[in-house]
Every structure is written in structure tokens, then in C-alpha cells.
Design a protein around this ligand. Structure first.
Ligand code: CAO
Length: 424
């Protein structure tokens, strides 16, 4: 088996989550990812939310597997020279600094392109061009400005952010796709290009069904939203729809056996039109299958509270796993609410290598989420994240071909931070 991105070298100038999630994916597709980090500090997440004293945090290690780390002060004259050499030998540069940082460092697009016209320069920023283009942005800001928060939560509650990293990792996935497209285009254009994935745009893209509903509102109420069945009028913006299904197949989160003490004893149940008679059979209401008040999706819409109440009477008699087993036999779409604890113990996810346990020299073993995308001819084992500057010598000598004397001179200059550390 091969590696999909064998031969692709990525200069990883990313930090925190959005950029690192992108370059980690590229590494899992086989690219050689070289993470450039500030000497002595590194990616700020190395020391954030630490659970093991003096060890790189899970925040860092779960975002930076399969990469090599070079410690390099890119504001130092010698460090800038090394960065120039790295730009010359890399296919892709990925960065998610605040707007203007690369320019201040002396590396605007024009300079990078002059050093290597074939390089793809990929950036995450909070916003695209416009009034907010200079703003710094974190995950929850993106969720709020991309439309996710205004459409998440309960109608009578405040806007909510989701636990899924749609602003950071969601944007990272968008950026990775842009990089792959640019690399493909380069095979016939011979040129690199700029790739930009603004976080607001990525979140909005993920919320496109809500933008769909916003436009549908001009033509009448959103009949699949439970507030329609409850007779509550719609305003001029898409409301928060709690756990209503996003599509035309009504669904809700329902209690299952043990809900009184287990906060995750719930199941998502979808009353898919195609299997309505099966739903009626399972919950013991066979008369609803052909009854004019219940037989069609349109007839059911104003009665969803009553219908889901009856379904919940049944789901509460089963554990979420028992219910899933039965419902699947009847081809009824459903899903147990799985806690992170349950997922961490899920053997099937380890077997598929979506969860992987790796060994780390300082923190011991930890579980990381491996590559969620499976290619039949991409065999890359998930590896631990690098220590800060772990590969500095290797990259200077092997990637850049520097002699031992040149490597020693660079280190003596203080550009890699080792002189400074020795002094401390
Ligand atoms: N050597 C020397 N200096 C380095 C360096 C290196 N190897 N790597 C980074 N730096 C410096 C930069 O030059 C910059 O310094 P200046 O401000 O003096 O130019 C600084 O470190 C990093 O700047 P930053 O503004 O990007 O970092 P921050 O912690 O203040 O902000 C963040 C973080 C995420 C808000 C900001 O980077 C940002 O908005 N990024 C774009 C959007 C994004 O990706 N957000 C998601 C992050 S994950 O939630």
C-alpha cells in the first residue's frame, strides 16, 4: 500500500486548532508535515489545559500527530534565512496567524511566491474580505458569526454553541480540501496559488440548511419545525429548533430506560415516511398506519407532539442500545446518544483506526482520534505528536541538506532557541 500524498512537503506554520487540524489530515494522507514553532514556547496549546505536569497537553497532542517539529525563531535574521530555505523546498505553506502577522514577519504572499512560484499558500482567517477582515477569531466566535449559534438551542432559550469544533476543525477540513484542489491544479498549471478558508464562511457552509430555511420562510411557516405543530407563529429569522430534524423527516431526542439517572440515556428517533407502518407496529399503534390523521407526513405534522409522546412511551421501556437493535430490525433510522466515555470504550472504533492509542515519551499513552477518512491505498499509521524542536537537527541536515558546521552555526546564532535554553 502507498501513501496518497507521498512526496508532498508541507511547511506547517499553524497553531491552536483550525490550522493544525488541517495539516494533521494532510499528514495522515502521507504528506511530510514540518511544524515550525517558536523556540521555548511552541504552539501555545502545548501548555494549555495540561493534565500531566510538564507534558504536552492533549489539546496539542491530539491535533499534531504524524508531524515533525522544528524550533525556529522566524523573527531572528538567521531564522528568516532558514524559513526562506524551507519555503523553497516545500509544496504547501499552511498558516492561521492573525491577519497581518506574516506580512509583519516579512513574508507577504509576493515574497513567498518569489521564493517558490510553485508553492500553495493556505490560510485560515476569521473572516474573508470585508469589515471584519482584521479581527482575531476563535471557535465560538466563528460559530456565532457563521449562523450556527442563532439556530442552535431551544426556541425560548439563548443561542447556543455546539461541542463540535465546526469553527476550527470544520474550517481545517475546508482548507485541506482547498489545498488538495490547488495541488491538483498545479499539476497542469505549474503554479502555486493562495487558498483562503475564512471560519465564518466554513461555518455558514455547514449551516446551509438553515440558510435554506431562511429563504423558505418568505413562502410560509416551516412545517417540519415543532413550533409549527404547537401553533407558535414564526418571526422573520429562522428560529432555534432544538432537536427537530433538519430535513423533512421529523425526528426528536427521546428518553430511554435509565434516563432518570443517566444524562445520556436518550435516543434520536426519526419517523421516516418510508417506514411509518413499521414505526406504528413497533410502538404498538398499528391503527395509526392507515388512519387519515396519521398516515401521511402532512397529516402527522400538526400531531408531532402526540406522536413523539407515544413513541417515547415505548423508548422509555428499553435501553438506548436495546431500542436501536429493535428499530434497526424494522429499518427505522435512530441513534443512541453516546457519551465521550462510551465512545472511548468503543472497540469497533479502535478496529477501524478511528480511535488510536499511541505512546508518548513524556505523557505516556493517550488516545487520539485518527484519520476519519479511509482510503483503500493510503497506509499511514497514526503516530504521536512531536516534542518541541524534536526534529530541528534532522530537518536542517536532511531536508535542507545543511552541513554539520552550518547546523552548528545556526544553533549558535540563537535562531533555534537552543543557545537561549542553554543560557537559562
Ligand atoms: N518565531 C517567532 N515569532 C513567531 C513564530 C516563530 N516561529 N511563530 C509565531 N510567531 C509570532 C508571530 O510573528 C506573531 O507575532 P506579532 O504579533 O508580533 O506579529 C505571534 O507570534 C502570533 O500572533 P497571533 O496574533 O497569530 O497569535 P495570538 O495568540 O495573538 O492569536 C489567534 C491567536 C488564533 C486568535 C489568531 O492567530 C487568529 O485570529 N488566527 C486566525 C483565525 C484562526 O485560525 N483562529 C482559530 C484558532 S483555533 O481556535
Amino acid at each position: 500500500m502507498g501513501k496518497a500524498l507521498d512526496g508532498v512537503r508541507v511547511l506547517d506554520f499553524t497553531h491552536v486548532q483550525s490550522g493544525p487540524s488541517c495539516t494533521q489530515l494532510l499528514a495522515w494522507f502521507g504528506a511530510d508535515v514540518i511544524k515550525v514553532e517558536r523556540p521555548g514556547i511552541g504552539d501555545i496549546t502545548r501548555s494549555q489545559l495540561r493534565d500531566v505536569p510538564n507534558a504536552d497537553s492533549l489539546y496539542f497532542t491530539m491535533m499534531n500527530g504524524n508531524k515533525r517539529s522544528i524550533a525556529l525563531d522566524t523573527k531572528h535574521a538567521e531564522g528568516k534565512r532558514v524559513l526562506e530555505d524551507l519555503i523553497r523546498v516545500c509544496d504547501v505553506l499552511v498558516e492561521n496567524f492573525a491577519p497581518g502577522v506574516l506580512d509583519r514577519m516579512g513574508f507577504p504572499w509576493e515574497r513567498i511566491e518569489a521564493l517558490n512560484p510553485k508553492i500553495v499558500v493556505a490560510s485560515v482567517k476569521g473572516f474573508g474580505p470585508g469589515p471584519f477582515e482584521d479581527c482575531k477569531v476563535y471557535e465560538n466566535v466563528a460559530q456565532c458569526t457563521g449562523g450556527a449559534a442563532s439556530t442552535t438551542g431551544f426556541r425560548d432559550g439563548i443561542p447556543l454553541v455546539t461541542g463540535a469544533g465546526i469553527g476550527d476543525s470544520g474550517t481545517g477540513i475546508h482548507l485541506a480540501m482547498g489545498i488538495l484542489a490547488a495541488l491538483f491544479q498545479r499539476t497542469h498549471s505549474g503554479r502555486g496559488q493562495k487558498v483562503l478558508a475564512p471560519m465564518q464562511d466554513a461555518v455558514l457552509n455547514l449551516c446551509r440548511v438553515k440558510m435554506r430555511d431562511q429563504q423558505r420562510l418568505a413562502h410560509g411557516p416551516l412545517t417540519e419545525y415543532s413550533q409549527y405543530g404547537e401553533g407558535i407563529p414564526f418571526g422573520d429569522a429562522v428560529p432555534r429548533a432544538a432537536n427537530d430534524s433538519g430535513g423533512g423527516q421529523p425526528g426528536r431526542i427521546l428518553k430511554s430506560k435509565g434516563w432518570e439517572s443517566d444524562p445520556n440515556a436518550y435516543i434520536y428517533f426519526i419517523t421516516q415516511a418510508q417506514v411509518w407502518p413499521n414505526v406504528c407496529t413497533v410502538i404498538g399503534r398499528p391503527e395509526w398506519a392507515g388512519h387519515p390523521d396519521y398516515a401521511t407526513p402532512a397529516a402527522r405534522l400538526p400531531r408531532l407532539n402526540e406522536i413523539f409522546g407515544a413513541i417515547e412511551d415505548w423508548t422509555m421501556t428499553r435501553t438506548k442500545f436495546e431500542a436501536m437493535e429493535i428499530l434497526n430490525r424494522y429499518d427505522i433510522p435512530c441513534g443512541p446518544i453516546l457519551s465521550m466515555k462510551e465512545l472511548l470504550d468503543d472497540e469497533a472504533l479502535y478496529a477501524s483506526r478511528t480511535l488510536v492509542r499511541v505512546e508518548h515519551p513524556v505523557r505516556g499513552s493517550y488516545v487520539t482520534v485518527g484519520n476519519p477518512v479511509k482510503l483503500s491505498d493510503n497506509d499511514v499509521a497514526v503516530e504521536r505528536a512531536p516534542l518541541l524542536g524534536e526534529h530541528t537537527d534532522e530537518i536542517l541536515s536532511q531536508v535542507l541538506g545543511f552541513s554539520a558546521a552550518r547546523v552548528a552555526a545556526i544553533k549558535a546564532s540563537g535562531a533555534t532557541g537552543e543557545q537561549q535554553l542553554a543560557a537559562e
